[in-house]
Ligand binder design. Structure first.
Ligand code: PDD
Length: 293
């Protein structure tokens, strides 16, 4: 595997970061997970814009000029022989505060660390999409936005990891997190949608969620399909009484949820609206891909 580290591509053995890096010491950094379909990167500019917003929110200056990213991402795919007709690519950009003396002051770290990793995208088992997955409602609450905004895609992922541990212990696919007001938010790496009363509903950004790029596309595609979409503040009961539920993220696309704790969602099978949106998403995907360079 070739990894981009700061200013060049290095082999896996050389892809090493200092123990003084504040990303390691304090979780001080930001990241993005991106994917390609064949050679074309999905929502490339939106991911790069979110990376920029995350970095700005923590006062981190990205030492890569915006115009450089497309070439770097494609070079990463080319060197690793992914992002081609035989393998879609998984791409991860990580930018940490960089190495510096121990202490919280970011000015101790003059040079942020930049890493690009890529590999073949590992697809979820087909049975997940066919039969749906199960969720645990976590006891861990989603971060209070005023404490650590979930809109910052930060390398400090402990909030999500604590919730993930709960789902692992329960033997479910993932955990759903409530916020400080017991409202629905999102899962550990995906956004939440449910269909109830003829309306497709998803928690509003103010509930304390990441502004998922797939979430935005799914809302757009649903509206184009004539489906009423509502962003709002919802309690768990609304979800438990819903007809259908699914998750969205870059690698899952649209993943049906058929069980929440001990309760089936709807009739316990992925529903017709979810199927329709999966098909509409797949059909409209080409317009969300970059041009082939
Ligand atoms: N996760 N919510 C959280 C907490 C996430 O970490 C993610 C993405 C999403 C969905 O965002 P998008 O549609 O832009 O992928 C929602 C990525 C996949 C990750 O952490 O690897």
């Amino acid at each position: 595997m070739w990894v981009f580290l700061n200013d060049r591509f290095v082999g896996r053995e050389e892809a090493v970061v200092s123990v003084f890096d504040h990303g390691f010491l304090y979780g001080d950094g930001v990241y993005e997970t991106i994917r390609s379909y064949g050679p074309r990167i999905f929502m490339r500019d939106q991911h790069l814009a979110r990376l920029e917003r995350s970095a700005e929110a923590i006062g981190l200056e990205i030492p890569i000029a915006p115009a450089q990213w497309p070439d770097l991402l494609h070079e990463a795919m080319r060197l690793n022989e992914v992002g081609n007709d035989s393998a879609d690519a998984y791409l991860r950009i990580t930018i940490s505060r960089g190495a510096g003396e121990i202490g919280l002051d970011p000015s101790l770290c003059p040079h942020p660390t930049v890493v690009i990793m890529t590999k073949a995208l590992g697809n979820y088992p087909a049975a997940f999409s066919r039969d749906g997955v199960s969720l645990t409602v976590a006891k861990t609450r989603r971060n209070l936005p005023e404490a650590l905004s979930p809109q910052i895609k930060a390398t400090n992922f402990l909030n999500n990891i604590l919730a993930k541990r709960e789902s692992i212990a329960a033997g479910t696919f993932d955990s759903l997190l409530l916020n400080w007001r017991e409202e629905l938010t999102e899962c550990t790496i995906s956004n939440l949608f449910f269909y109830a009363g003829g309306t497709l509903r998803t928690p509003a950004l103010e509930c304390g969620i990441l502004d998922g790029i797939t979430r935005t596309i799914v809302m757009t595609v649903a509206q184009e399909e004539g489906i009423v979409v509502e962003e709002g503040h919802y309690q768990l009961r609304a979800l438990q009484e819903s007809d259908e539920c699914f998750l969205t993220n870059t690698t899952m696309e649209i993943m049906p949820v058929t069980r929440i704790d001990t309760l089936p969602v709807g009739n316990g099978r992925p529903g017709p609206l979810t199927r329709r949106l999966q098909a509409a998403f797949a059909a409209s995907r080409p317009r969300f891909l970059e041009e082939v360079p």
